[in-house]
Design a binder for this molecule. Sequence first.
Ligand code: ATP
Ligand code: MG
Length: 394
Amino acid sequence: MQVDLRHPEFQAAIPILKQIEAAGFEAYFVGGCVRDALLDLPIHDVDIATSAYPQEVKQIFKRTVDTGIQHGTVTVLDHGHGYEITTFRTETGYQDFRRPDQVTFVRSLKEDQLRRDFTINALAARHDGTIIDNFGGLQDLDAHLLRAVGNAHDRFHEDALRMMRAVRFESQLGFQLEEQTARALKDNAPLLQHIATERIAAEFIRLLLGIKRSAGLTSFIQSELYRYCPGLADGGAALTSYEALPDQQLQQPGAAWALLVYLLDTPAAAFMKKWKQANNLSAEVQAAQRILPALLNDTADNWALFQCGQPALAVALEAAQLLAPGFDQAAVQTRYDALSIKSAKELAVNGGDLIQAGFKPGREMGQTLAKMVQAVVAGKLPNDRAALLATIKN
Ligand code: ATP
Ligand code: MG
């Protein structure tokens, strides 16, 4: 079996694989890039695995960076591009359900494939496109199945994040969990407690942004993985509502979160904090949460649109569209675009103008400016300096 390596990301990296082979070692494209190429999906970055030990990789190439040398990863710099090259390795220990206690470099590709999470992620490709499939990954790729490499129960015990990866791939690829893998997910869900929130969040958001979100959510709910996620312990009903939404792929992470807090009916600020999400994303979700009910019952006035602001409005509109099929996003966006100012800074008069007009700096002046912003946003006054100053004089 061959994989088509015409994609520029592969083409650029092929000389690196050849160079490693010329030095007497094995080198392969591995992991997600091989899977995605076989599925005809876009390739983001290529991962390379080799039988050469890190010190040997460093001898082959002039310019390298020790990115994660203790785990076997060396970055090779080539024509302004960095390639991560990881030595074949086995992992043992996993006393904490998340990290191997010991990483051992090995010379065998098969052993390296054995440590990987799912069969479809354990495929390797030579520089000529030949696939090396030691665990039935090609067959599972064809059947759209996510099957743990080896014993699913043991694999989830070793690293509980793999359970979140399973439901993420279900949604991202539209694949199904193979039976043993699905059972192991159910049996081991409580182990998710041992995983850092940030890592759970990274997988969860990809689940929500996937093409088959409902399928990912179904497993997330049925396995009860959600019970071990921040703020979701009692979120079964809300998640079931989420699962029932049309499977239209979400474009914005903010929209995915906004839908979740809407369905949970929980304040976005605290929820986003529990999930350790960035402040700017949280602010967007909060603003979307504020305007969403008004959007849904068509009572969002200009002032509400103005206060929401553009990035959050786009998020709220995307969420509204899923909650109310037929919702007219464009009409609201047109109304927003037509606002004569989008921020208070755009008002045609400022504090300096008011002082010239006889105001004293202070509270009253601030209130006057705020009133003018409201009047302009509402369309009661034009955003015109002369007109606004004339209004002030009266
Ligand atoms: P994508 O890049 O689209 O998220 P991916 O499969 O490449 O998907 P990465 O997190 O980039 O995911 O990991 C690269 C590869 O490393 C995977 O394909 C898999 O073989 C292996 N891998 C990653 N995380 C784990 C894990 N927790 N347990 C076992 N193998 C893993
Ligand atoms: Mg990857």
